[in-house]
Design a protein around this ligand. Sequence first.
Ligand code: ADP
Ligand code: MG
Length: 332
Amino acid sequence: MERRVGEFELIRRLAGRVGTAGSASPVRVGIGDDAAVTSHRGLTATSVDAIVEGIHFRRDWSSPDRIAARALAVALSDLAAMAAEPGEAYVTLGVPPESDPGFLELLADGLADAADTHEVVLAGGDTVASPALFLAVTVVGYAPEDEQFLMRSGASAGDLVGVTGILGGAAAGLMLLESGGEIKPPGPAVRDALISRQLDPEPRIEAGRALRGSGVTALIDLSDGLAPDLGHVAASSGVAIELEASLVPVQTGVAAVAASAGADPLRLAIAGGEDYELAMTFPSGRRPAIEHALEAAGSGLTVVGEVVPGAGVRLTLDGSPLPLPAGFDHLN
Ligand code: ADP
Ligand code: MG
């Protein structure tokens, strides 16, 4: 039966999929009234991320449920980077009038599934007609008890610089997708892992949570790339960061993709974005405790550099100065 999924049908589907918030949730009134009602003790952290078809995602690369899950994951990564507890999410959907009902149903289901996975309540949003499909996601997180959020601004000279996980996979995955088969994949399993790193990012909420009260002095998520994002930490903290290239953990297959594309593998690892791992600074004495906390959260810590007096990010290779990859000279 041919039918058009209108605004009301889409909202009904979303509302039907969103369970009533548990007692720990800040949401008192969710989808279905004129406004959401929440109750947060203390401070909240709010972050907004929007993605537009053709600019940030392509329907031929990803299914609607994965597109929706990615939109929520990327927004939640900013809460992880504050060490915040996810509370509620609001999603504005821009829907082209001729959209396929099945596509929109999958999009709504992907959104609801991802909200369940990350234990965030979809508390409201808006649905509008738009010439291009877009999703604009607002997430609100909170700091339980009197614990503070972790900002970008607390790094001081002498601190170590660490990162969770392995890097470069999302950028290599994007290169594989964009090349349309031109770049020789390093084997199907490695190829799938790289592409999944691009299409299915995992917000490091558990890792961020584990870092509360750990002695971490500055925290950021890796959306732009390790060097540029550490540049944000350096600028906010009024320090310089020395990044040792040989220490950066690189995902399997990144070097092979770079070689096949004639690209610099180091560029993918330190300046390729969208890995959504966490980077942090901390006094060296806190290292064992932070390693332990991150391991318990299913993550790991790799120390990749140190905080020094000055400004910007400096790259070294085995201790010798190395120019930043092209395009990132402005960080110096
Ligand atoms: P109004 O016309 O008062 O703005 P809407 O019809 O836009 O109301 O929304 C009705 C309810 O559905 C509201 O609770 C709103 O938050 C929710 N809603 C609408 N669109 C979305 C969406 N894309 N995701 C989640 N909730 C939505
Ligand atoms: Mg509305």
